[in-house]
Design a protein around this ligand. Sequence first.
Ligand SMILES: Cc1cc2nc3c(=O)[nH]c(=O)nc-3n(C[C@H](O)[C@H](O)[C@H](O)COP(=O)(O)OP(=O)(O)OC[C@H]3O[C@@H](n4cnc5c(N)ncnc54)[C@H](O)[C@@H]3O)c2cc1C
Length: 434
Amino acid sequence: MQIVNDNRCSWINDLNPRSNIKVLEKNEECEWLIIGAGYTGLSAARKLAQLYPNRKIILVDAQLAGEGASGRNSGYLVDTTLNDGFASNKNLENYKKKADIYELGIKAIKNFIQEYQVDCDWNESGKYFASSKAEDEKILNNFSNMLSKLGFEHNLLDNKQLSKRLGTSFYNIALFTKGGVLLHPGKLVRAMIDVLPNNVQLLENSSLIKWNKTNDILKCYFKNGIIVTKKIIFATNGFLKSLGIKSNYNFPITLTASMTRSLTEQEFKSIGKPKEWGVLPVRPMGATIRMTKDRRILIRNTAEVYNPHQMSLSVLSKRTLKQKIGIKKRFPQLPDDLIHSSWSGIVSRTRNSSQIFEKIDENMFVAGCYNGSGIGVGTLFGEQIALKACSEHTKEMEIIEARNKPTWLPPDPFLSLGVKARLIYERIRAGSEI
Ligand SMILES: Cc1cc2nc3c(=O)[nH]c(=O)nc-3n(C[C@H](O)[C@H](O)[C@H](O)COP(=O)(O)OP(=O)(O)OC[C@H]3O[C@@H](n4cnc5c(N)ncnc54)[C@H](O)[C@@H]3O)c2cc1C
């Protein structure tokens, strides 16, 4: 099935349009085929090409490379999370395993941007887990205890301190972590496309429809041709399930976000000229909200079970209204018509918030399902799945594989009904935090 994304994402529209787009038009053969050109697939292709500079690698995407979730996320490169979607990890040992992976993810991005001198508006600003509800202090105190045990630098802030730093008096309590980076996701993923080595052939607007395997040779079918390959890596994240991969272990969730225009000098002054900041919600369905370095406000406050292949503009505009209310609640002094663009994007979730990283059959590999934290982890997993597919063993792989595997999910319609019910429950719990 075709993937049709809206073309309204501010991050992507900030970039120069690309001109070198190639579509699959005839049958091809290659040593390696990678499906999906987001952070995961691009990183896998880059790593494979470095390992085997003389072998042919094909990377395909159903839409334009990097224009799925990788180009349309909120740009938090996280070292810690309080909620993974709607699951929290309260057990210290499990949390440490997750945080170890985040740390490796940050390192993977740092290495990439240093090696290729990438400008992606990198800001080591830390991040806030904030709430307007005073009773959430208990959650934050528990979280603070866990972070202390693991050695993460952080501190708790009250309404007065937050108003000064964020320019809104909406939040009454927050936990600030010093670690964590804010960046421009579109610039990052575009850089990954730009530096693809010569032996990687990128084919876009070409959707994998089906495949079969005979005598260790894989035949992959697209609308305009067949690619025959020896080895394949699936990096389609939110679309793993629709391709029938690990279907009982992952499911897609659709998120929507909006970005305002840049605030004028006067508007910016009216909120106290805060420095760039990023807030994550204490309650799972609360709003993620960010002030960018060029004075734009980004808000993401929906998560739903929806057809991952397309969201109509009329449905999207209803989500925009929720985002407009979310901004107004926090910044009542700003004008009503600030939102410049809105977009939807797909994340992949697992039941226990563990990621997928494995060999699914001889010469077939998959990496994905990062919940809301795929910038660093996707880049790391892409590089490491390429190494795993070449039978290499690394320390990073040991850390990745030390985490519990994703747990089994019931088939549809039970799964969708269960997830929908949980989302409704969390939305009610989030209340005014949306
Ligand atoms: C609104 C939003 C906010 C987010 N915020 C954050 C955040 O702040 N921090 C963070 O770390 N993460 C965040 N995420 C999650 C993050 O964006 C993802 O985890 C990450 O982009 C996953 O990268 P990926 O390469 O695995 O998948 P994707 O970027 O989704 O790439 C998969 C690619 O596979 C392609 N594909 C699918 N099916 C086929 C097929 N049949 N044939 C060929 N190609 C196919 C798709 O077109 C797509 O380009 C957010 C996501 C969204 C949507």
